[in-house]
Design a protein around this ligand. Structure first.
Ligand SMILES: Cc1ncc(C[n+]2csc(CCOP(=O)(O)OP(=O)(O)O)c2C)c(N)n1
Ligand SMILES: [Mg+2]
Length: 670
């Protein structure tokens, strides 16, 4: 672009027209960032032409109905460019967003937060900002689309997912996992829009990267193409090309960051700070956009608003098809996403049977038993594992594999891609119509923690099936034995961390996880067998209280708090203490977060005022002081684990009933 031209790029009406429409985005972006005195003007200014062509000619949407199930999804993975999204939502006339919201960009009073946040405004499909996450979300959305398309056909489900990714998104490791999975699955409705501007924060990307993105995507099985991101005709041709591919499509749009800001464009100076009043004024001149800040001339706005209604006829036709479809009720039930009563009834049967038959099984096996009950009664669940299917017990009898050529199944082999799996599950949950769960070893929750954090920020229903939850996994040793992970996960706001003790509690935790529409769940499950500890059936879901007295004792002097596999030890310790005339009660705490929500009276009664308090958990103490006090007794881990047979490892770290007895006795003396 030559700074002597007011409107640069190729000549032609379409080009001139697109540029003027795009300049509305550029102006809003630089004005919004300038008003906030922080933000990222460069990316929206660079991507404005591409976004204008996409929204005016390709994206299937009706701004009046942002949750239309068959809309195309638009994901801004490069979330720092949030002003691009806010501008598009306002210009096309989405509900709720106002120009005043944009004027207050990045202000606590505005839904236009620094990075797009799911739930703040209709049209924000996912929360982005941590680079690369949106790419993983988009892969999940595209998977959900194919899964539902296989069930309901093109008439009801036939839409694309567009994701805007920058250099940062593509450098992040998560993109490797997401791109590999999408390429393998031949997600032909996925279009990745690469903002190939050669700039990131530190300067030119040549400082740190030499990857040929086209070759990289091609190697993963994508269709690839380059385009000039400032040439409207080329942009249009590229999107046309993307519609015809039988694989996911990546378009590397060569763009200039900060396009239109004469002294800063093309440099890192345009990336992440307000341009400054002088440069904003210069850009206005450069772009021939001679309007006051936040003023969009009526002719431009009305054209943008018309794009927002472009999809109305298509949506109406879709509504008619839905109304006439035999699948209407089933489709709507899946979209609504309520857990069918049959699922809860089946889980209650699992509980009843377990209390009667008292099986000694690992809770990962118990989880499989719960899933058999769930999956047979609800078509919404989509299971998967990051290459640990036989260990995570995530695949039930009636789940057929999803393959690149057949999406009629309900089971996904995510490959060794924990992070990609978690981000894709977020995308699936956000897409709607499906309820994803996925497994890995709990220690590798570290590998997907950023996506778990986003599930939690967004408050969406994703279930993490985390098996091999302690030193109890044995021989694989400390690299595989989670020690600090329970504490780390319990520290995460909004995440429901469950650690059930037997089949009964496992069924209860699954029921809670599925019924909870506003929280992701993390279910910690054992590799080793555990006895049934809930011997009397109750229809009531006791785990819903978060913690409850599992075994009481008249005149109890000691309360033993425990979870999961160590409940067995606590119960044994209670017996040993009883033999020495020390009355102890055992409290099972499958979900701290739910316990915190109970009434003060209930909590107080469970905590056992006046008793000596001890916790038993094969994990670090961090967090337990809240219940046992700084002087409470703790039998658990104080270091990383060790390789050995489960029983020996427990003994090695002195996590035994005898240790609990000793700790209780010394606490009583104390
Ligand atoms: C995981 C993660 N790491 C770091 C950041 C901080 N960050 C925000 S934008 C950015 C540079 C991104 O470069 P690019 O995607 O090329 O964006 P552009 O400068 O082209 O707008 C960085 C490092 C982040 N948001 N997420
Ligand atoms: Mg860049």
């Amino acid at each position: 672009m030559s700074s002597s031209n007011t409107i640069s790029g190729p000549a032609g009406d379409f080009q001139q027209h697109t540029r003027r429409l795009a300049n509305a985005i550029r102006a809003l972006a630089m004005d919004g960032v300038q008003a906030a005195k922080s933000g990222h003007p460069g990316m929206p200014m660079g991507m404005a032409d591409v976004a204008t062509v996409l929204f005016s000619k390709f994206l299937k949407f009706d701004a009046a109905d942002p949750t239309w199930p068959d809309r195309d999804r638009f994901v801004l993975s490069a979330g720092h460019g949030s002003m691009l999204l806010y501008s598009l939502l306002w210009l096309t006339g989405y509900p709720k967003i106002t120009i005043d919201n944009i004027k207050l960009f990045r202000n606590i009073a505005s839904p236009c937060a620094g990075h797009p946040e799911y739930g703040h405004l209709p049209g924000i499909e996912t929360t982005t900002g941590p680079l690369g996450q949106g790419v993983g979300n988009a892969v999940g959305m595209a998977m959900a689309e194919r899964i539902l398309n296989a069930r309901y056909g093109d008439g009801l489900v036939n839409h694309r997912t567009y994701v805007v990714a920058g250099d940062g998104c593509l450098m992040e490791g998560i993109s490797h996992e997401a791109i590999g999975l999408a390429g393998h699955l031949k997600l032909k409705k996925l279009v990745l829009i690469y903002d190939d501007n050669h700039i990131s924060i530190d300067g030119p990307t040549s400082l740190s990267d030499s990857t040929d993105a086209i070759e990289r995507f091609a190697a993963a099985g994508w269709a690839t193409r380059r385009a000039d991101g400032h040439d409207a005709a080329d942009i249009e041709a590229a999107f046309k090309w993307a519609q015809t591919q039988s694989r996911p499509a990546m378009i590397a749009f060569r763009t200039i960051i900060g396009f239109g800001a004469p002294h800063k464009q093309g440099t890192a100076k345009a990336h992440g700070e307000a341009l400054g009043p002088e440069e904003v004024a210069a850009a206005r001149k450069e772009l021939n956009w001679l309007y006051d800040p936040f003023v969009i001339p009526a002719d431009i706005l009305s054209q943008w608003r018309a794009f927002g209604t472009r999809g109305k006829a298509e949506r109406n036709a879709w509504l008619e098809r839905l109304a006439a479809s035999d699948a209407k009720a089933a489709f709507e039930a899946l979209e609504k996403g309520d857990v069918p009563a049959a699922v809860l009834a089946a889980l209650n049967e699992v509980k009843k049977k377990a209390s009667a038959e008292k099986p000694a099984v690992a809770t990962r096996k118990a989880s499989e038993m719960a899933l058999e009950a769930i999956n047979a009664n609800w078509a919404a669940t989509i299971g998967g594992s990051a290459d640990l299917t036989p260990s995570n017990n995530t695949k039930t009898k009636d789940l057929k594999d999803i393959t690149p050529d057949d999406f009629s199944g309900r089971y996904i082999h995510f490959g060794i891609r924990e992070h990609g799996m978690a981000a894709a599950m977020n995308g699936m949950a956000l897409h709607g119509g499906v309820v994803p769960y996925g497994g890995t070893f709990m220690v590798f929750s570290d590998y997907c923690r950023p996506s778990i954090r986003l599930s939690s920020i967004m408050g969406i229903r994703v279930v993490y099936v985390m098996t091999h939850d302690s030193i109890g996994l044995g021989e694989d040793g400390p690299t595989h034995q989670p020690v600090e992970h329970l504490a780390a996960m319990r520290a995460m706001p909004n995440l429901r961390v469950y650690r059930p003790a037997d089949v009964v509690e496992t069924a209860e935790c699954w029921a809670l996880a599925l019924a909870d529409r506003d929280h992701p769940s993390f279910i910690a499950l054992t590799r080793q067998n555990l006895p049934t500890v809930r011997l009397t059936h109750t229809d009531e879901n006791l785990s819903a209280r978060g913690a409850y007295e599992l075994a009481g004792a008249a005149g109890a002097k000691v309360t033993l708090f425990s979870t999961g596999s160590e409940i067995e030890l606590a119960l044994k310790a209670k017996e040993l203490l009883a033999a020495e005339n020390i009355a102890a009660r055992v409290v099972s705490m499958p979900c701290w977060a739910l316990f915190e929500q109970q009434s003060a009276t209930y909590r107080e009664s469970v905590l056992g005022p006046g008793t000596v308090k001890l916790a038993v958990e094969a994990a670090v103490r961090f967090g337990w002081d809240r219940y046992i006090g700084a002087n409470g007794g703790f039998v658990g881990m104080h270091s990383f684990g060790a390789s050995g047979v489960c029983k020996d490892v427990y003994k090695h770290f002195a996590i035994t009933a005898e240790s609990v007895v000793e700790a209780a006795k010394s606490a009583l003396k104390w």
